[in-house]
Design a protein around this ligand. Structure first.
Ligand code: ADP
Ligand code: MG
Length: 369
């Protein structure tokens, strides 16, 4: 078993605002990140990602709880303990390119070593190495304003690895880059990690980025941890409607369950070809993926094709079901024409309680503050 590198215990952060009331930015976070792991914190804007990362870094104190790095407590509300950021052995890259415009590339990267009063020759050696690993060799004397966004973000990356930290904290470091560059940098980040073996905590609102990079991910909503697991398990077994909709495309159907039969809301005459789940409630949400619904000419819920769209890699159909419509994606070889009758079948759907209407309001409030 790998060693625990970062540990959060009941970590909570409450902000008090003048106009919008109190906000619990991070609400009882508990998790562990292992040595050498790439761990992502994923969630919509306002869910508490940056606040969590800033507390780990030591830029923000905790309202409650305790944080351990490498087995030693660095922040604790109870013990009134607070180790400053520069003593936490961390590398950091944030969303905004935090490079100094008046320092050249070499001095930008050398800065953390100068603060630590590292010897001149050692600084030379380590900056050279960091620049080499981030493909910036030859640009030592250049100023950031003469470089592209991608190169500037590489400076930030070089500066974060130059101290050879145990843990790298990355807050949406790629989101200001164009899509092509983002993919390249994603790859380079993985390369750097395998070379240096540091632990990564990566914050993003971009699910595909998190999935491509992470060993495990934490999905947060409204300051709370929803689920922590591997990308694959999160995709295949999302614990609630929110996680389901946040990872990949979702199809939700409002259903009524009566006498062990499942009906699409709005049609109590024709049950769906499905067994009710063990903990059935009278009304539920049935969740599936558009590409996991079968469109057949045979057994299933009878309906017809309302719309058909031929896309490059799949065909997309919209079919009415009860008082709702359903999006279905099939391979091209399955062909139904517009208006044609067909059946839909659901394969191993997930079942969730009906979400309370206040959740969406609270998510929006958190984005306004
Ligand atoms: P994310 O990074 O996931 O977008 P943040 O951690 O930045 O979210 O913010 C979480 C919530 O806390 C948001 O509602 C945000 O407005 C609020 N918040 C963050 N920092 C402060 C602060 N210094 N004062 C008041 N509210 C804050
Ligand atoms: Mg943020």
């Amino acid at each position: 078993m790998a060693q625990v590198q970062v540990k959060l215990e009941h970590v909570t952060k409450r902000f008090v605002t003048k106009t919008l009331g109190d906000i619990v930015a991070v609400d009882d976070f508990n998790f562990e990140v292992y040595e050498g792991e790439c761990f992502s914190i994923l969630g919509p804007s306002g869910c508490g990602k940056t606040t969590a990362l800033r507390m780990i870094a030591g830029f923000e104190d905790l309202t409650e709880g305790e944080i351990h790095l490498g087995g030693r407590p660095v922040s604790s509300s109870k013990r009134n303990l607070y180790v400053p950021p520069e003593e936490r052995d961390l590398g950091m890259v944030f969303q905004a390119f935090a490079v100094w415009p008046h320092k050249n590339v070499f001095e930008n990267v050398a800065y953390p070593l100068r603060i630590k009063k590292v010897q001149r020759s050692e600084i030379e050696r380590r900056v050279k190495e960091a620049l080499h690993h981030t493909s910036l060799t030859g640009l030592e004397k250049t100023y950031p304003s003469d470089l592209s966004g991608g190169q500037q973000q590489r400076i930030a990356l070089a500066r974060s690895i130059v101290t050879n930290p145990k843990v790298m904290l990355l807050d949406e470091p790629l989101s200001n880059l164009d899509p092509h560059l983002r993919e390249t940098m994603r790859f380079e980040l993985k390369e750097l990690q395998s070379k240096f073996g540091f632990t990564i905590i990566f914050v993003t609102h971009d699910q595909s980025e998190a999935m491509a990079l992470s060993d495990r991910m934490l999905v947060a909503d409204m300051g709370k941890i929803m689920q922590i697991d591997t990308p694959e398990n999160l995709y295949n077994r999302p614990i609630n409607r929110f996680v389901h909709s946040f990872l990949g495309e979702s199809t939700f159907l409002n259903v009524v369950i009566k006498d062990g039969k499942v009906y699409a809301k709005g049609d109590m005459e024709h049950p769906l070809d499905l067994e009710a789940p063990p903990n059935a409630e009278p009304e539920m949400i049935m969740a599936t993926r558009p590409n996991a619904i079968e469109l057949t000419a045979e057994k299933g819920y009878r309906t017809h094709v309302q719309t058909r769209i031929f896309l490059t890699d799949r065909t997309e159909y919209v079919v009415p079901i009860g008082d709702q419509t359903l999006k279905v994606q099939t391979p091209h070889r399955i062909t139904f024409s517009q208006g044609e009758s067909c059946s839909v079948r659901f394969v191993e759907p997930m079942w969730y309680p009906v979400e309370d209407a206040d959740a969406e309001k609270e998510r929006q409030r958190r984005q306004l503050i």
